[in-house]
Structure formats: structure tokens, C-alpha cells
Design a protein around this ligand. Structure first.
Ligand code: FNR
Length: 342
């Protein structure tokens, strides 16, 4: 079956077909990175995983200066920012082990996002101990209960992002159970729970899953680093769509069919957007250190010493913010448009 000619009867599933997608990334996939990914051609962007309880207790507000929608917790910690025009493209990823809390979290953000995704792949101790992330891979009853609750009551298209299990039969049994819950698409990170990023992803298993799951789009994730890989993984594995984490973190212009943009320019664009939306400084610095990991450069050396956004701008020789155009968000070169777009 050719991935490009496939159609899905359900229009909500069709929305996940033929797409290039920014993967969920804690710290990295905050608003400025999602804006850059959209600028360079991503069709859908996932928020970083946020734990259900955290979003449930957050206050929603519209920032009076920037017009950005913000979910704020104690001590004015902004846990999530969404651009007012981001809704058609943004999927909220929740970390959960509880159907009721998952639903509460989904309902909280429902008016600002286009879908909800359940993280079933995080191998970190915090997630596993709480029965979340990759723990759900071996607790399919709980996973089904969460997905069905969301499907039946959230009013949003529901998806989940899994890893592979240790043997193919278990993986296939799991994906077929997930398919029956009514989710609109399934993202598969083609590594097992114990495999690390340096271990090669198993594209052959993506093909296996795509052949088994026929009624909803399969989104391939793992070792897609270039625009060419985006096309190849769809073609070679017969999947609907492709999702990128580290490749986009290093240079979000990888989504562009017109070729990579120079890393320093992309870093300057990222900084400009981070300053514009008042991204959390620690996230800006962390992301830039991954993105611009030219460790011997003066910019990187100065970045390591930066204590605030001004310091970061200086490290990259930016006297003023660049004017960025993101047509999907209707942000034109005059970035001040942002503040009037509520
Ligand atoms: C991740 N990943 C991840 N996955 C997820 O489901 N929710 C998350 O919040 C995160 N956070 C996160 C942060 C960072 C910095 C990285 C690098 C990765 C995993 C990610 O979405 C993806 O599944 C893997 O990185 C494999 O894809 P790539 O990197 O090979 O494209």
C-alpha cells in the first residue's frame, strides 16, 4: 500500500495522515521551537509531556502583553504556552496513569489544542514508578481504560505514542488493542523501553506495525534526521506520517524541503522567538545548548555563561530580535503583531 494514496474514512484520522510532525520534547518543544518548526514546514507540533495533575491544577490566562495563552502553576511558573493561532496544529501530550485525571487534563486544555496524546514511551524512573509512560506498555488494561475514557468524553481526537515491546507478537497484540479503542492515530517510537537514543531505531518494525494497523494512521518516530529521511521512512515503511525529535532539536529547518538553514541563523531565530514569547530562560538555554553544540565556538562558550535572555542575545551577537515570519500563525515580519492577535 502506498502511503501517499491512503485515505482514512474518519476525517479526524485523516488529519494525521501524510504529515511531518514535531515530536513531544520536554524542555525543548516549548512555544518558540514549535513556532520555528511550523515556520519551516512541520504540519503538526506536539507539546512537551505535562503530567495530568500539573495541568489540572494550573490556571489558564491570556498574557496581557503577548496575547499568548498560558497555563500557570504556583509561584507563577508557566508550564505551557500556546499561541492563540496555534490550535489547528498543536497536540497536547499528557503523562498519566489514571483515566479520570487524564480526562480532566484533556478538558482543561481542550479549547486551545487540536488533539490529546498519551505518552506511553517515557522510560524514566519518575514515569515508570507512577505507572505512566512506558509502564503503560505492559499494563494494557489500564492503557485501554485511559484511551477509551478520553475517546468517549474529551471531545478531542485522541492518539498515543508508544515504544516497541521486546518481541514482535507482543508489539502486534498491543497495537491492535490500541487500534480498537477509537484512537485516531498511533505514533511508534521504533525502540524498546531499554534501548537508548544511541541504539539504532528499528525501521523494519515500523513496517510490521503499519502492515498490522489498517484503520488509523501510523506515525513513524526514531532516527529521522533529515527531510530526505521524512520521505524515506514513509516510503520504506508504508507509514502515514513521520515524527522528528532530535533532528528538529538540532535544526528545525530540517522540516523544509528547500534545504537546511545555517545553524547560527536558526539559533538566532529561536532566540528571537524565545524572547518574544518570554520562554522560560532555563528551557531556552538548554535547547540552544543542544541546538548549537559547536562547543568550541565563542557563541557556545558565552552561552554557557549566560544568566538571562539578554546574555543569550549577546552570546549570539544579536542586538535586536530578528523579525520572523510564521505564515501558519499569521505572524508577519512585524513581530509586534503577536500582542494584538488574541
Ligand atoms: C524526548 N522524548 C519525549 N517523548 C515523549 O513522548 N514525550 C516527551 O516529553 C519527550 N521528551 C523528550 C525530550 C528530549 C530532549 C528528547 C531528545 C526526547 C522522546 C522523543 O519524542 C522521541 O520519541 C525520541 O527522541 C526518538 O525520536 P528521534 O530523536 O530519533 O527523532
Amino acid at each position: 500500500m502506498s502511503s501517499t494514496t491512503t485515505t482514512f474514512d474518519d476525517p479526524l484520522s485523516q488529519r494525521y495522515h501524510g504529515k511531518h510532525i514535531l515530536a513531544p520534547m520536554v524542555r525543548v518543544g516549548t512555544l518558540p521551537m514549535r513556532m520555528l518548526a511550523l515556520k519551516y514546514g512541520a504540519d503538526l507540533v506536539y507539546t512537551p509531556e505535562i503530567i495530568d495533575k500539573r495541568i489540572v491544577k494550573a490556571q489558564r490566562r491570556v498574557n496581557p502583553t503577548t496575547g499568548i495563552i498560558e497555563y500557570v502553576n504556583d509561584n507563577d511558573t508557566v508550564d505551557l504556552q500556546i499561541h492563540p493561532r496555534e490550535k489547528p496544529y498543536v497536540i497536547f501530550q499528557v503523562g498519566t496513569s489514571d483515566p479520570d485525571l487524564a480526562l480532566e487534563a484533556a478538558l482543561k486544555v481542550a479549547s486551545d489544542v487540536s488533539g490529546i496524546d498519551v505518552n506511553c514511551g517515557c522510560p524514566k524512573k519518575f514515569s515508570i514508578q507512577g505507572g505512566m509512560g512506558a509502564a503503560l506498555l505492559t499494563d494494557p488494561e489500564r492503557l485501554e481504560a485511559i484511551l477509551k475514557k478520553l475517546v468517549d468524553h474529551s471531545g478531542l481526537p485522541v492518539t498515543c505514542k508508544i515504544r516497541l515491546l521486546d518481541n514482535d507478537a507482543d508489539t502486534l497484540a498491543l497495537v491492535q488493542r490500541i487500534e480498537k479503542t477509537g484512537v485516531k492515530a498511533l505514533a511508534v517510537h521504533c525502540r524498546t523501553r531499554n534501548e537508548r537514543p544511541r541504539d539504532r531505531g528499528h525501521w523494519d518494525k515500523l513496517k510490521m506495525v503499519a502492515e498490522a494497523v489498517r484503520t488509523i494512521p501510523v506515525i513513524a518516530n526514531g532516527d529521522v534526521f533529515t527531510y530526505d529521511h521524512l520521505l524515506r521512512v514513509k516510503e520504506e515503511c508504508g507509514v502515514s506520517s513521520a515524527m522528528v525529535a532530535r533532528g528538529a532539536m538540532e535544526n528545525p529547518s530540517m522540516f523544509s524541503k528547500d534545504g537546511l538553514v545555517d545553524a547560527k541563523i536558526v539559533a538566532q531565530e529561536y532566540i528571537s522567538l524565545a524572547v518574544l514569547v518570554n520562554n522560560r530562560f532555563q528551557n531556552t538555554k538548554y535547547t540552544l545548548m543542544q541546538m548549537y553544540n559547536n562547543t568550541k565556538s565563542t557563541a557556545y562558550q558565552n552561552l554557557t555563561r549566560a544568566k538571562n535572555h539578554d546574555g543569550i542575545m549577546k552570546a549570539f551577537g544579536l542586538k535586536e530580535m530578528l523579525k520572523i515570519t510564521v505564515p501558519k500563525l499569521e505572524i508577519e515580519p512585524n513581530t509586534s503583531a503577536l500582542s494584538s492577535s488574541t
